[in-house]
Design a protein around this ligand. Structure first.
Ligand code: BG6
Length: 519
């Protein structure tokens, strides 16, 4: 199945679907997995006979579990209660066989009950065609023991079994290979769904459509027309509360090696032969293979300190972070793709925690025009905003309206909120869960793709750690460390020329921005 098949109706291809959420008492399950399941339930997109199980170590009364599992769901009490009717909580260990055997018995009993009712309704066709989804919302330390135990005691060879694994998948190329080989001795690649939630985001899914369903973008999508590409992730909050996890991983493993490199691979890949998952993933992997490992010389690292007003704590003020930690909370790299399409184009990737704004954005800057008619002006730039809003705009030179013959820079602007119903945009996790139910791997990371992503970053990560490279300080709430503002210029990015920039707000009409567009 491919990612662009209709998702407005569930494919009722299984007689019963059992979804088991491991780590059901944890943050990820409460914040993402259960709300995503609820979103599908609300939209009538869960298959007809779906049974949901929460599994975790904590011993909890049902009402405590219900309260936690629904704490991030926004809907009427009635609807939430209706959803929770099909959710059962089971407490058990992550390493004792007996607990997994007990889980298997509960799942078997649930499926049996559904089948008995199907026989009663004489739905013979749908008999015994079961899907089991094992969703591991778990810390990586228990991935292997849980997946082994599932395989040994819960896996059903007569059913379709899907194992959903959350990041982080390993710590570097070697550990990721070890993890993969441990998991793949029990599970086939077709059964594994490695999640990168950025692949479920609306605007990330839109990149392929934009590129391959529109004549004009693909026509200029290369080094003859594009000067540089910038993929930027900025978050206005720090890591307080999750410093224990973050300090071991750092921003490169947390955001860069997965989310941003995935976005890059879709932007840069060659057109796939079809929209089938393997064709798409082949193309993504191929482009990653053309990237040499990133060097320290092509990198800027930072770590946030207290905010200037002293109100926000610095990274090292977190008691769960070691006092002499060199873990970067800011990283900017220049990535070069050595193939015919992209040779010579710098791809500038930036990920930053505790900076001035919340924004994830792609900027594709075109080359200067060589025109004998008009002077060299500002460049065209295609901007795809992934969050906090969904928008696409193309900075375009136009004639200023009126009798003047001045030129100005404005936007061809598609703001999703102005054009589409906001409620149509699903949460990334809901979209990915629907893919797991529909056995669509296009938006999941294949083993060889993951290996390539680690290959690109592992030498740099090792060097940072072995040579104890100190990141540059930057104040909480600032734009980043010294050198941030000219990093992309240094590496071949765009230095804007002076030009008025007219920006059309969808609500208020034209607004003249005070000066040239900021990068
Ligand atoms: C997660 C990272 O994978 O992605 C977090 O671990 C980060 O550090 C988050 O904040 C960002 O996701 P989103 O969907 O809020 O952009």
């Amino acid at each position: 199945m491919s990612t662009f098949e209709s998702r407005t109706q569930v494919k009722e291809s299984h007689s019963v679907t059992s979804i088991i959420v491991f780590g059901a008492s944890g943050d990820l399950a409460h914040k993402k997995t259960f709300p995503a399941l609820f979103e599908l339930f609300k939209a009538n997109l869960l298959p007809k006979n779906t049974l949901i199980y929460g599994y975790a170590r904590s011993v909890m009364e049902r009402d405590v579990f219900v309260k936690k599992a629904t704490s991030y769901i926004k809907a009427t009490e009635e609807l939430v209660a209706k959803f929770m009717e099909s959710v059962v909580y089971i407490s058990g260990s992550y390493d004792k066989e007996a607990d997994f055997v007990r889980l298997r018995e509960i799942i078997d009993a649930g499926e049996k009950k559904v089948h008995l009712s199907l026989v009663k309704t004489d739905d013979a066709e749908q008999k015994e065609n079961r899907l089991r989804i094992y969703y591991m919302a778990l810390p990586p330390s228990v991935f292997v023991s849980v997946s082994e135990n599932i395989k040994k005691s819960v896996y059903d060879a007569n059913a379709e079994n899907h194992l959903v694994v959350e990041k982080p998948f390993g710590f570097d190329q070697e550990s990721s290979r070890v993890l993969n080989s441990q998991i793949s001795k029990d599970w086939s690649e077709a059964e594994i769904f490695r999640t990168d939630h950025y692949l479920g985001k609306e605007m990330v899914k839109n990149i392929m459509v934009l590129r391959f369903a529109n004549m004009f973008y693909e026509a200029v999508w290369d080094n003859k027309h594009i000067s540089n590409v910038q993929i930027t992730f900025r978050e206005p909050f720090g890591t307080y509360g999750r410093g224990g996890y973050f300090d071991q991983f750092g921003i490169i493993r947390d955001v860069m090696q997965n989310h941003l490199i995935q976005v890059l691979s879709i932007l840069a890949m060659e057109p796939p032969a079809s929209l089938n998952a393997e064709d798409v993933r082949d193309r993504k992997t191929e482009v990653l293979k053309s990237i040499s490992p990133i060097t320290l010389e092509d990198t800027l690292l930072g770590q946030y300190t207290k905010s200037e007003d002293g109100k926000e704590l610095g990274y090292l003020d977190d008691p769960t972070v070691s006092k002499d930690s060199n873990t970067p909370t800011f990283a900017e790299h220049v990535v070069r793709i050595d193939n015919d399409r992209w040779r010579g184009v710098p791809w500038i990737l930036k990920a930053a925690k505790a900076v001035d704004v919340a924004k994830v954005v792609i900027r594709i800057q075109f080359k200067d025009i060589e025109s004998s008619v008009f002077p060299k002006l500002a460049r065209n730039e295609l901007v795809i905003e992934i969050s906090p809003t969904n928008k696409i705009y193309l900075k375009t030179i136009v004639k200023e309206p009126g009798l003047s013959s001045r030129l100005t820079l404005s936007d061809l602007n598609l703001s999703y909120s102005a054009v589409f119903d906001k409620t149509l945009i699903p949460d990334a996790y809901a979209s990915l869960l629907l893919d797991v139910i529909g056995t669509d791997h296009s938006n999941f990371v294949r083993a060889d793709e993951l290996d390539e992503a680690w290959r690109i970053f592992t030498p740099l990560l090792k060097r940072i750690e072995n040579e104890k490279i100190k990141p540059l300080p930057y104040a909480y709430g600032s734009r980043g460390p010294e050198g941030e503002s000219d990093f992309h210029i240094r590496f071949g990015g765009y230095k804007p020329t002076k030009l008025d920039y007219k920006w059309f707000s969808t609500t208020t009409g034209p607004v003249t921005k005070p000066s040239v567009p900021k990068l």
